[in-house]
Write a protein that binds this ligand. Structure first.
Ligand SMILES: [Ca+2]
Ligand SMILES: [Ca+2]
Length: 222
């Protein structure tokens, strides 16, 4: 997780005397002893409805604390919370309503930039709801060693358009078998299976991607 320092903490709770709807909100690194972002009790009268929102990196407790049935949640990403994500009263919603648990990939959370990378699962084109999840849309592009590749490794010759082809495979073979002293222009791009080594497995995977199965997924760069 790319988390940031705590943003809000709440030792006590407030009270709402009406149904609540939360839509397109991002809750990040909030802190509370019960429900780091939300503590809610409907007392059988009120329902909490959450749509298209992010709850990430909460501290001390689960992101949302409520009784089962008090909350309806859809198209929401709950991920990386210290006390658990889809737990307690919302556990039964983990695999329902297009909810999920994936790192949101904020652009620069350490500096308070909660826009999304283009490859974020919360960007409209990358999630099953086809809608923006969270408060802020795309603000940056994921690049490997400064070359845009959609976030994926494999561009081992560092051509500026990030194309994957025979040139990349040749660069890999040279690096692994002919002269290991000559580093790739971007070593990170050569570790296409992300096991921290550059060897035959990476060459094989790259050949698979280029010549056999264009849908084959190389791993993401850091
Ligand atoms: Ca290339
Ligand atoms: Ca590797």
């Amino acid at each position: 997780m790319h988390c940031q320092s705590p943003s809000l903490s709440a030792p006590t709770s407030g009270r709402a005397d009406a149904p609540i709807t939360i839509e397109n909100c991002s809750f990040v690194a909030n802190e509370a002893e019960i429900g780091s972002s939300i503590w809610f009790r409907g007392w059988e009268y009120f329902i909490l409805e959450i749509r298209n929102s992010i709850f990430a990196c909460g501290l001390l407790s689960p992101a949302i604390d409520c009784d089962s049935g008090d909350a309806i949640i859809s198209c929401t990403d709950i991920c990386g919370n210290a006390g658990g994500d889809w737990v307690g009263g919302i556990a039964f919603l983990a695999d329902a309503n297009n909810n999920f648990s994936s790192e949101p990939l904020f652009c620069d959370p350490d500096s308070g930039d909660y826009h999304l990378y283009d490859i974020s699962p919360c960007a409209p084109e990358n999630n099953p709801c086809s809608t923006l999840i969270g408060a802020l849309g795309q603000g940056c592009e994921w690049s490997c060693c400064g070359f845009y590749t959609g976030g994926y490794t494999g561009n081992t010759n560092c051509d500026e358009e990030g194309k994957l082809n025979l040139s990349d495979i040749t660069a890999m073979i040279t690096r692994v078998y002919i002269d290991p002293e000559v580093l790739l222009c971007c070593e990170e791009n050569g570790d296409v299976n992300c096991d921290a080594k550059i060897n035959l497995s990476d060459i094989t995977n790259l050949i698979t991607k280029v010549y056999i199965d264009p849908e084959f997924e190389l791993c993401l760069c850091e």
